[in-house]
Design a protein around this ligand. Structure first.
Ligand code: UDX
Length: 436
């Protein structure tokens, strides 16, 4: 099948490489010339494990190509995926900015030739597919096409596996022809018995927001319970196990921490709150999850202050991990962006290390922080060491070595990676999240 993907961001690039791997002929289009030139050589703009290998392999096998030219690629395509960005609007009101989607629809419309399905893959508010349809009709009244919604549920750092082995595929379609094409595209997956939920366009659009909002609620729930655990001297890790074994609750996304970040949960929860307002409805529970998430970040700052004896001024705080989660260089809405400036403001000196995110971090963090090349270098002379993102390379720290290099042996484990007794036995003061 001939497929065009418009937008070579996270979703577009991963989808393009994986659909090419399925054997489809995929052309990825982007209006950023420099990016496209680099992609043609197999140079990937983001860090995502395995993506570079997959892109190079499929370029060599002629299943995947890159271009800036929509006019040449669209006429041949049976399916066009819109995977351009939908950032929060610059107005700061939480609405998703759909300019890129609508611009893409406008640009591709004149080039549609035979029947084509135009599929929204980006996370877009309910009603966007209808708008895309209206725009294409306006621009090209002769076009023979359908619109569809096919939201993507991949996680950064595990994107290829998530695409290749999803829990489900969701497609929102209105015609048999569009459904047939989408089923054909995903045939390699449902041959592996991946369930496919075929529904209306609006349901598919809303399902994506509902999934992300639910996961955000789950994280905020366990973060609040973690705080209760601290108050009543309970252990949130055992508690999460105890409740998670109930199949109705499930054991995933019950890890307390410094609050969720990333390109999806913060943006999509806000967008959902705005969408429902327009319909005169409310999602109180999502609003609460957003508030709890902000409070959790502030609580982490307080936790660090307490471990420093109530005052950050003049103290050196070493931070391990800056990205919003491991295995990505993505800094968007990372808790580090809130926590580090709050510590700086109170007069702390900050030394940091991150395996992949330091270049990206420079765009988001004040330039007064010191970047170092190892965890041990970051810890040198520090009054406390904060584990903020649970990269694998921070999971087997040598506490004796850290103790020798730090000014005071204080370890703040915001991801509950370590067993408190082990760290304390190494001579450290220890605190985690949700366990005394
Ligand atoms: C998420 C969704 O998982 C994915 O389905 C959707 O397509 C995009 O948004 P992603 O943002 O890449 O993916 O990361 P995810 O692994 O879901 O983590 C998001 C945030 O939640 C991270 O900051 C992570 O640290 C935090 N988190 C996750 C927790 O604090 N506790 C958990 O138990 C799980």
């Amino acid at each position: 099948m001939k497929i065009v993907i418009v937008g070579t961001g996270y979703v577009g690039l991963v989808s393009g490489a994986c659909l090419a791997e399925f054997g489809h002929e995929v052309i990825c289009v982007d209006n950023n010339r420099e990016k496209i030139e680099r992609l043609k050589k197999g140079i990937i703009p983001i860090y995502e494990p395995g993506l570079d290998i997959l892109v190079k392999k499929n370029i060599e096998e002629h299943c995947l190509s890159f271009t800036t030219d929509l006019s040449a690629s669209i006429p041949e395509a049976e399916a066009v995926f819109l995977a351009v960005g939908t950032p929060s609007s610059r107005r700061g009101d939480g609405y998703a900015d759909l300019t890129y989607i609508y611009d893409a629809a406008r640009e591709l419309a004149p080039h549609l030739r035979d029947y084509t399905v135009v599929i929204d893959k980006s996370t877009v508010p309910v009603g966007t597919a209808r708008q895309v349809e209206r725009i294409i009709r306006e621009e090209n009244p002769q076009a023979v096409f359908d619109v569809a919604s096919n939201p993507e549920f991949l996680r950064e750092g595990a994107a290829i596996n998530d695409f290749m082995r999803p829990d489900r595929i969701v497609i929102g379609v209105e015609s048999d022809q569009a459904e047939k094409i989408l089923r054909e595209i995903y045939k390699p997956l449902y041959l592996r018995e991946t369930p496919l939920v075929c529904t209306t366009i609006e349901t598919a659009e809303l399902a994506k927001y509902a999934a992300n909002a639910f996961l955000a609620v789950k994280i905020s729930f366990i973060n609040e319970i973690a705080n209760v655990c601290e108050a009543v001297n309970a252990n949130v890790i055992d508690l999460a196990k105890a409740i998670g074994m109930d199949g109705r609750i499930g054991n995933k996304f019950l890890h307390p921490g410094p609050g969720y970040g990333g390109s999806c949960f913060p943006k999509d929860t806000l967008a959902l709150m705005r969408i429902v307002q327009e319909y005169g409805e409310n999602v109180h529970i999502v609003t609460a999850a957003v508030e709890v998430n902000a409070a959790q970040k502030a609580r982490m700052v307080k936790k660090i202050r307490e471990m420093l004896g109530g005052n950050e001024a003049g103290k050196t705080v070493a931070v391990l991990g800056l990205t919003f989660k491991p295995e990505t260089d993505d800094m968007r809405d990372s808790p580090s962006i809130t926590i580090i400036p709050a510590l700086l403001e109170k007069g702390a000196k900050i030394r940091v290390h991150d395996p992949q995110g330091m270049e990206e971090a420079k765009k988001y963090l004040p330039n007064t922080i010191e970047y170092t090349s190892t965890a041990y270098e970051a810890a040198t002379g520090a009054d406390c060491l904060v584990l903020l993102t649970e990269w694998n390379q921070y999971r087997a720290l040598d506490f004796q070595r850290l103790k020798e290099t730090m000014r005071s042996p204080v370890f703040i484990d915001l991801r509950n990676v370590y067993d408190p007794a082990t760290v304390r036995n190494a001579g450290f003061s220890y605190t985690g999240v949700g366990r005394k």
